[in-house]
Design a binder for this molecule. Structure first.
Ligand code: LLP
Length: 440
């Protein structure tokens, strides 16, 4: 029999997280300890109910307030063919940032006419692929790209729908590595060149400028920066309507809504974010006498983060008396580099002892050859021994997507769980995978 258990960290796990009568963590009806026996560690587990629930939550919270909203999942957070099928079924669009992401989505049968192609340095080849594969929207980032795309669209005899990415000059108060909407950014047209960019795009015969885009950054906990940026962009759209007859058909406000990783850092709800965004668009358009545009939002992290759980096996435990206890796991910075790059914080439970009392503050260390490969510094957990399984919640976004084969490690398997059934989303790499591209 499965029981719900009041370990407070469980709320960070997928919505189906439970503890069974062995004290094991259960996700999507599967005992994680059994999953580990079958598929090995490190193992990434995605809960289908949580994934679909997040898609539904965004559709509902935005759709109820602003019917003409398109939810576009940002594939950079985690890209996988099975995931693309789920997104297709849920009716989401897809934000892609490379020909590689397009190719993965395409191979899964994802309808690329619902894709938005982003990036600050798209190559001519990538733009050609986008046109050949029928990518719906290209989000043009700079003048070089505008010229290049214009020429490629002419060469292909196509009229390509585009948006322009603008940097509204708003600071979203997040980590500086994931801030993008400030004027000093490698992304987008700064406001001082935005009018020229709009004029140029409007007059390009093979381009159809349908809207404007901004993306402020990622893991944003405040709604005010969105409200301010929407105001800035709508003001510009109104001015360009007056001066040049520009019609804003789509307003794409990017992604970035923050999620909760640790118990002490709750994130804003999707409903409060939706409320702030949709009411600013409605109020702004009313004030400026603009038609309501189609609203596009691009959540990445908020769709996949909570659905994903990383499972690791404990190996060496090193107690340095009076200093620190290192509990080493069989993964680390090759599958989750976020703590090393951004100082990101995570929680964990011992998946085979979820009901045991936390008795000891330890540091969870990865197995890679860097002192900076620390997954969690100072976390209170039950007594552990080698062979125990550590489960880290909120591992669905930007972990595997930024993963590497550092130290010639094998990338983990990824499993989808739902109502006690499992499906391999990605098999574990093998030594053959490691050497298959080396032409020795
Ligand atoms: N749209 C655009 C144009 C973006 O550049 C991004 C993320 C998103 C949407 C999705 O943002 P999200 O909703 O996932 O926050 N590696 C970092 C995050 C980098 C985000 C890059 N752009 C991390 O691990 O925190």
């Amino acid at each position: 029999m499965t029981i719900k258990q009041d370990n407070p960290r469980l709320k960070l796990f997928p919505v189906t997280a439970e503890v069974n009568n062995k004290g094991h963590l259960v996700i999507g009806g599967s005992d994680t300890i059994e999953l580990v026996k079958e598929f090995g560690t490190p193992l990434y587990v995605f809960d289908e109910a949580t994934l679909r629930g997040k898609c539904a939550e965004f559709k509902k919270e935005f759709g109820e307030r602003y019917e003409n909203t398109v939810i576009v999942y940002a594939g950079k957070a985690f890209m996988n063919r099975t995931l693309c099928l789920i997104l297709k079924e849920e009716g989401l669009g897809l934000d892609v940032v490379s020909a590689g992401e397009m190719a993965v989505a395409r191979s899964a049968g994802f309808p690329l006419q619902k894709a938005y192609f982003h990036g600050n340095n798209k190559s001519a080849d990538e733009l050609r692929h986008a046109l050949e594969w029928g990518v719906g929207y290209i989000v043009v980032d700079n003048f070089h790209e505008l010229d290049m795309l214009s020429a490629i669209a002419r060469e292909k005899g196509k009229k390509q729908a585009i948006l322009l990415r603008l940097t509204p000059g708003i600071d979203p108060h997040t980590h500086k590595f994931i801030t993008t909407g400030t004027t000093d950014s490698k992304f987008g047209f700064p406001l001082m060149t935005a009018e020229d960019a709009i004029t140029k795009a409007m007059t390009a015969p093979n381009l159809n400028l349908i809207g404007l885009h901004f993306h402020l950054g990622s893991q944003i906990f405040e709604v005010e920066p969105y409200e301010q940026a929407i105001g800035v962009i709508l003001d510009l759209a109104a001015k360009m309507k007056q001066n040049k007859g520009f019609i804003l058909k789509q307003l794409d406000i990017g992604g970035g809504v923050g999620v909760q990783y640790t118990l002490d850092a709750p994130a804003p709800s999707v409903s409060s974010y939706a409320e702030a965004v949709t009411s600013s668009v409605k109020k702004g358009c009313q004030k400026l006498k603009l038609e309501l545009p189609q609203l596009v939002i691009e959540p990445g992290r908020a769709i996949v983060c909570q659905a994903g759980v990383a499972l690791y096996q404990v190996g060496a435990i090193k107690d340095i008396p009076g200093v620190r206890t290192y509990v080493s796991i069989d993964g680390g910075m090759a599958d989750n580099i976020r703590p090393a790059i951004y100082g990101s914080k995570y929680e964990a439970v011992v998946a085979n002892k979820v009901t045991a009392r936390d008795t000891k503050v330890v540091t969870i260390a990865g197995k890679f050859c860097e002192s900076g490969d620390i997954l969690i510094r100072d976390i209170n957990l039950p007594e552990m021994t080698a062979g125990d399984i550590i489960a880290v919640p909120c591992s669905g976004a930007y972990c595997l997507a930024m993963g590497s084969n550092y130290n010639s490690s094998l990338k983990p398997a990824v499993i989808l769980v739902n109502r006690g059934k499992t499906q391999v989303m990605r098999r574990r790499e093998t030594f053959d995978d490691l050497i298959r591209l080396d032409m020795a």
